[in-house]
Design a protein. Structure first.
Length: 384
């Protein structure tokens, strides 16, 4: 077994943890950050004391009862239908590992979060892709997706709001695909780590659907990536038992302290989500103006949800050189080759919070300079 290079993490790690780090992070997919102090201040005095007195030991493999109950209340399910994981990453690893049977296949979006592709491929699964086309505003073409399934399809994964494009499913589309897959006994996995951050029509959580498996975490909409906590919602008891066994072999449990803090986050989610929604909406409006100003340089589809956009160079060139130039100017973007679409690049418009405006202004100055220099070089070539 050999994993391909994780280009996205390599790129982000190189620049986010540099000394000094890049000035403006416009690449990250997370929300506006919180400090431990700020998170604890959301809790009441009694809850803070419970956290400080918590035993620093193993948590149950299923997750602590308090965290499962809090997530269940938020998702509208029962606590025994919630499996806590080490972020959404472990949830995906569990799902793909259990799907890995000889001759089996899985159906995932393209472009998509890189582990959607690499984890099942490495486990020996055939990976089938349904395309998200910018010409179609990255909407899922349901008939084309359905045509990819057969009797060997173990699961179909959708990501809404989608990373990196920000595309979303409607309630009708989600229900239609759910019913199609349920009729054929194919597991329907919905990665909704950005729910409920929407910038237009909203979609209800897939946790309402009886045959859906929901993946979510504390990193994106809940803005607490450092907790490294996620969850699965599952009504199928046999699958749930399998998740717990796999989790026991993979990571055993989360940290007890992390789960205690995660309970605070769920109970105080209205404040956390309100801040994330407000900042992402303000910064998305700034992106509207930016891409209008540079419509002769970039194409883009305005995201319907989440905290990322996936514009592209109208020239069709690989964006990595542009992203490297942006880094030299103090602005971090994520090259499209990290998602196997080289002309594109990812913009995260929430992680930098209130500093996004400064970063975008810096990027605008850089683009203006590059356009001017490109014109000068073209003019010089004509004169020669």
């Amino acid at each position: 077994m050999e994993f391909a290079a994780f280009l996205l993490d390599e790129w982000l790690g190189k620049h986010q943890f540099a000394n000094p780090p890049v000035a403006y992070d416009l690449a990250s997919s997370t929300g506006p950050g919180w400090t431990l102090r700020q998170l604890l201040e959301l809790a009441g005095a009694e809850e803070r004391e419970r956290i400080l007195d918590a035993k620093v030991g193993y948590a149950p493999a299923a997750g602590t009862p308090a965290l499962r109950e809090a997530i269940a209340e938020m998702q509208g399910v029962q606590p025994d239908e919630v499996q806590v994981t080490t972020g959404a990453a472990e949830a995906l690893l569990v799902l793909f590992s259990l799907a890995a049977e000889p001759g089996a296949n899985v159906v995932v979006p393209s472009p998509g979060f890189p582990p959607f592709e690499e984890v099942p491929r490495t486990l020996g699964l055939e990976v089938r892709h349904y395309p998200l086309r910018r010409e179609n505003a990255y909407r899922v073409e349901l008939d084309a997706l359905r045509a990819l399934t057969d009797t060997r399809t173990k699961l179909v994964l959708v990501n809404s709001p989608h990373n990196p494009t920000g595309a979303t499913f409607s309630d009708v589309e989600m229900q239609s695909l759910h019913d199609f897959l349920a009729d054929r006994g194919i597991q329907f996995v919905v990665d909704e780590v950005y729910h409920p951050i929407y910038h237009g029509p909203t979609t209800a959580s897939a946790a309402r659907l009886s045959h859906a498996t929901v993946v979510s975490d504390f990193s994106k909409a809940l803005c607490l990536a450092g907790l490294r906590a996620g969850w699965l919602v599952e009504r199928n008891r046999k699958r749930m038992s399998s998740y717990r066994e796999a989790r026991s072999y993979f990571t055993v449990s989360n940290t007890s302290m992390g789960e205690a803090l995660a309970v605070v986050a769920v109970r105080q989610r209205e404040k956390i989500l309100a801040r994330a929604g407000e900042i992402s909406a303000i910064n998305l409006a700034r992106l509207d103006s930016f891409f209008t100003q540079f419509r002769h340089v970039f194409g883009w589809v305005r995201p319907g949800g989440g905290m990322t956009a996936f514009p592209w160079l109208l020239s069709g060139e690989n964006s990595r050189a542009f992203c490297e130039e942006a880094v030299r100017g103090g602005v971090l973007l994520a090259p499209g080759d990290c998602f196997a679409v080289p002309a594109h690049f990812r913009v995260g418009f929430a992680a930098s919070g209130e500093r996004f405006a400064e970063g975008l202004e810096q990027l605008a100055d850089l683009v203006t300079r590059l356009v001017r220099e490109g014109g000068e070089r073209q003019a010089a070539g004509v004169r020669r």
